[in-house]
Write a protein that binds this ligand. Structure first.
Ligand SMILES: Nc1ncnc2c1ncn2[C@@H]1O[C@H](COP(=O)(O)OP(=O)(O)OP(=O)(O)O)[C@@H](O)[C@H]1O
Length: 259
């Protein structure tokens, strides 16, 4: 099997600072990967490179598209989205004055505008685009457990549910790869446990490859099969949770912190 994503010697400089420095990664389809590292290690910058927000200073990002590797480093974000890449953000980005359902519908409409939903072309004529969007949006809301709240304003949802809504919006892109930036931030232990279950469920149902940045180590160690560790822009380790917990470079990088 070929990797769905391969990062080769990726570097991003900001002035004199290499926020991401000579990073390489190989991600297989269906993997659930953790990306960890102390504050300022370069995790968000790496996500921004992978999703087209930043252009690489050096290096390649190759994604498997139609059976061959395509260089996506430096492509516009919407083009990368089109290839089946979705993300959620550290600071939640919902349309707060829209309902929960409308938030997902809007994400789907955008996707259609960009022409990625070829499925819609195969619909019978009487089956309107609008109806199809609504049905799919409802399905995503059911997936994340927000169906009962579909008519509430997004802004009125508790924090943990807003994060779930972000995941529903990301699913509306119909992604192959899903990046989650600190999905458990601000969640209580019960919400975090529910989120863990949700991440597993959506991975199975939609055959996703998931890469998540997370400071909650118990979550990372619990659900990730493999973990990459960044420190000062460099990838210092890569392995399964047990290997990472016992890695001397990782222990040093997190000195004084609980791993
Ligand atoms: N647009 C930018 N311009 C200049 N410096 C930047 C920019 N974005 C990030 N940096 C710097 O790059 C380094 C890595 O930052 P980044 O936000 O990627 O780290 P992080 O691992 O996501 O941190 P955290 O866990 O605190 O979110 C930091 O030193 C940061 O100040």
């Amino acid at each position: 099997m070929e990797p769905i994503l391969e990062v080769k010697n990726l570097t991003r400089n900001f002035g004199g600072l290499a926020a991401v420095s000579n990073v390489s990664m190989q991600i297989m389809p269906g993997e659930l990967i953790g990306l960890i590292g102390p504050n300022g290690a370069g995790k968000t910058t790496l996500f921004n490179l992978l999703t087209g927000v930043y252009e690489p200073s050096e290096g390649l990002i190759e994604m498997q598209v139609d059976g061959k590797p395509k260089q996506i480093g430096g492509m516009k974000p919407y083009k990368i989205t089109n290839l089946g890449v979705a993300r959620t953000f550290q600071n939640i980005r919902l349309f707060k004055s829209m309902t929960v359902l409308e938030n997902v519908e809007v994400a789907m409409q955008r996707n259609i505008q960009y022409g990625t939903m070829s499925a819609i072309l195969r619909l019978p004529k009487f089956y309107s685009e609008e109806r199809w969007i609504k049905e799919k949006a409802i399905e995503y809301l059911k997936d994340v457990g927000l169906y009962q709240k579909r008519n509430e304003l997004a802004t009125n949802l508790p924090y943990g549910e807003q994060r779930r809504l972000e995941i529903a919006r990301a699913l509306a892109i119909q992604p192959k790869i899903l990046y989650l930036d600190e999905p458990a931030a601000g969640m209580n232990p019960q919400e975090t446990a529910d989120l863990t279950k949700l991440i597993h469920e959506i991975r199975e149902k939609y055959h996703l490859t998931i890469i998540l940045i997370e400071h909650d180590m118990s979550l990372v160690m619990n659900i990730c099969e493999r973990i990459y560790v960044l420190d000062y822009g460099k990838m210092i380790a890569n392995g399964n949770p047990e290997e990472i917990k016992n890695n001397e470079f990782v222990i040093k990088a997190y000195l004084g912190e609980e791993i």
